[in-house]
Design a protein around this ligand. Structure first.
Ligand code: HEC
Length: 116
């Protein structure tokens, strides 16, 4: 009898755990604190995860101008609701700080032809 009751309690705990992980509406169970900490992180996370995971964003390394272009692209091509000036500033500041062009580490990565 006691054993059976303990088993039920464990099963109950297992059922509650996944539900608790679902509190944010971001896709694929991402949460802002998995990404580079900084001012504007939460704003950026929620602005960009309406349609896709933030990993798609975080795997890029872009300059501010290129981030700006990316946002324009999201608006133009993917029907993202435009950010107002204030939010756009917050998002750009964060992206520029957290995901700058990567240092040319050998092969691959983006290299700015104008940087010298
Ligand atoms: C309204 C929907 C929507 C929103 C909001 C959105 N995106 Fe996207 N984004 C897309 C779609 C659709 C794609 C292309 C499909 C895919 O790769 O998942 C995409 C792809 C991307 C890519 C991959 C490169 C490319 O050009 O395909 C990047 C980088 C990106 N988005 C950045 C952002 C950033 C930064 C934000 C927040 C400022 C954002 N997105 C918000 C819809 C959106």
């Amino acid at each position: 009898m006691m054993l059976r009751f303990a088993g039920l309690a464990v099963a109950g705990a297992l059922m509650i755990a996944p539900a608790a992980a679902q509190t944010s509406f971001a896709p694929r169970d991402e949460s802002p604190d998995e990404f580079v900490a900084g001012k504007g992180r939460d704003e950026t996370f929620y602005a960009c995860t309406a349609c896709h995971g933030f990993k798609l964003v975080a795997q890029q390394g872009l300059s501010r101008v290129q981030w700006d272009d990316s946002i324009n692209l999201m608006v133009r091509r993917h029907n993202m609701p435009p950010l107002d000036d204030k939010d756009r500033e917050i998002v750009l500041n964060y992206l520029e700080m957290a995901y700058p062009p990567r240092a040319p580490a050998g092969r691959g990565g983006f290299q700015n032809p104008f940087a010298k």
